[in-house]
Write a protein that binds this ligand. Structure first.
Ligand SMILES: *[C@@H]1O[C@H](CO)[C@@H](O)[C@H](O)[C@H]1NC(C)=O
Ligand SMILES: *[C@@H]1O[C@H](CO)[C@@H](O)[C@H](O)[C@H]1NC(C)=O
Ligand SMILES: *[C@@H]1O[C@H](CO)[C@@H](O)[C@H](O)[C@H]1NC(C)=O
Ligand SMILES: *[C@@H]1O[C@H](CO)[C@@H](O)[C@H](O)[C@H]1NC(C)=O
Ligand SMILES: *[C@@H]1O[C@H](CO)[C@@H](O)[C@H](O)[C@H]1NC(C)=O
Ligand SMILES: *[C@@H]1O[C@H](CO)[C@@H](O)[C@H](O)[C@H]1NC(C)=O
Length: 378
């Protein structure tokens, strides 16, 4: 009798758990469907208690054991736009460690930085993260470029720089300073040679959205553009090339062309393709900390991941405003003429909010934002 009762209870609990998991998935999917709109569905359920089941949502196996403190102190992500002071910035190691630990509750950047070879095979069908109804197949070529171990395995660096692409870098003379870091992360294959004095050359990891192939390399349509693309990749010699191939539909062919060139010319880069859960895990972390971003920018993604590999993180080229602090115009990208409405509701990103968040972390000493020029030798 007792055994039957226990079996029954076990059955009920199992059904309940499955129901909760399904409800959770439905919630996430609906959330995706609403990304891009200005409505903030479901966010309320993510905010109040830091350790609600968001960690479960992002990761079935919490990386920090359940027995640990349920609500660790968090940095305060306040909403404050006061001017950044740089003269007396000091690194707060314990805060930085705390942030790393909290992020690890949501995902492990070392693992989620790339899908690994063992986990997929050619022909496997993948649903795009932001376009769940659209699928793509893992091509033979893409499969060949999947790493067998994480390209960031066991990597730990003292001082890292993450270089955003804002025009605020122009005339900054920050190049030598940026090149002096142990590890330099760049975004979207931004050009460096022509701007080296302001942005530096050193690159240890660079991201490449599929759209870059079109926007910056004319879809590799001619020999000349293919050569330029190869030239840029050869300049990376040995760095990680991080390709978010499965975020949004439409980039499939571009990724394939790029990959084919890399294979054909045996370009010396370590390709990485972010895991399918990365985006939601990163977003979950920030939402839980009451930072209501829509889709994280590449810059914020890189910061969130870098906390795993880097002690002190310095950010350059992050400036989501059309003017600098003196009111002079600032280009969206330092290297092209693209314009951008930072506050547009149609944008999938919430850059000014991200920036306020990073500013707050700067003030608390968790990271350092460099928004001025570097010629003072600092
Ligand atoms: C945060 O800043 C935004 C934009 O400046 C503003 O609309 C919002 O009311 C602020 N929220 C708080 C809690 O101060
Ligand atoms: C923003 O920070 C400044 C200086 O730290 C402080 O005086 C001000 O009260 C803060 N504002 C808000 C809304 O937190
Ligand atoms: C840093 O300087 C600013 C103004 O220059 C001041 O408000 C702030 O209290 C200083 N912070 C520390 C930690 O000394
Ligand atoms: C560093 O951060 C920790 C955790 O937020 C805080 O308790 C400590 O006071 C900070 N230390 C300094 C020197 O600001
Ligand atoms: C993708 O895979 C599916 C199932 O294996 C197959 O039916 C389809 O033809 C493939 N599509 C492409 C473009 O290879
Ligand atoms: C950079 O400096 C040059 C030379 O002084 C000037 O012509 C140019 O307008 C400056 N660019 C920016 C974005 O400030």
């Amino acid at each position: 009798m007792q055994l039957e009762f226990r079996t029954l209870m076990f059955g009920i609990v199992t059904v309940l758990v499955i129901f909760l998991i399904i409800a959770d998935i439905a919630e996430v999917e609906e959330e995706i469907a609403n990304i891009g709109g200005s409505r903030k569905l479901y966010m309320h359920s993510l905010i109040p208690k830091p350790n609600r089941n968001v960690a479960v949502k992002a990761n079935p196996k919490p990386l920090v054991s359940e027995g640990e403190d349920k609500s660790p102190a968090s940095p305060s992500y306040s909403n404050n736009t006061t001017k950044l002071s740089s003269d007396n910035w000091t690194f707060n190691r314990s805060l930085s460690n705390l942030i790393r630990k909290n992020i690890l509750r949501f995902f492990d950047p070392e693992r989620d930085i790339s899908i690994l070879k063992g986990t997929l095979k050619p022909g496997d069908v993948i649903h795009y993260i932001f376009d769940r109804q659209s699928t793509t197949n893992i091509s033979e070529n893409l499969y060949r470029l999947l790493p067998t171990v994480s390209p960031m395995k066991n990597q730990h660096h003292r001082h890292c720089a993450i270089v955003g692409n804002s025009g605020i870098l122009l005339n900054s003379s920050c190049g030598p300073e940026i090149d002096s870091y142990d590890f330099v992360i760049r975004c979207n294959l931004a050009p460096v040679e022509e701007y080296a004095g302001d942005v530096g050359r050193r690159t240890n990891l660079v991201t490449m959205n599929p759209s870059v192939v079109q926007r910056a390399f004319q879809d590799l349509a001619s020999e000349e553009w293919r050569e330029r693309f190869l030239q840029r990749l050869r300049g990376l010699s040995g760095s990680v090339l991080w390709i978010p191939a499965f975020m949004a539909k439409g980039g499939e062919e571009r990724v394939e062309w790029a990959i084919r060139l890399i294979l054909l010319h045996t370009v010396d880069v370590h390709t990485a393709f972010p895991s399918l859960r990365l985006l939601h895990a990163v977003r979950g972390y920030w939402l839980t900390n009451n930072v209501q971003i829509k889709r994280p920018t590449t810059g914020l993604l890189m910061y969130t991941m870098a906390t795993r590999f880097c002690e002190e993180i310095h950010l350059y080229g992050f400036w989501p405003f059309p003017q600098d602090s003196q009111g002079k115009p600032v280009k969206y990208h330092y290297y092209d003429t693209l314009t951008y409405t930072y506050t547009s509701h149609a944008s999938p990103h919430t850059m000014p909010l991200e920036f306020r968040t990073l500013s707050s972390l700067h003030r608390q000493g968790a990271l350092r934002l460099h928004t001025g020029s570097c010629d003072a030798g600092t």
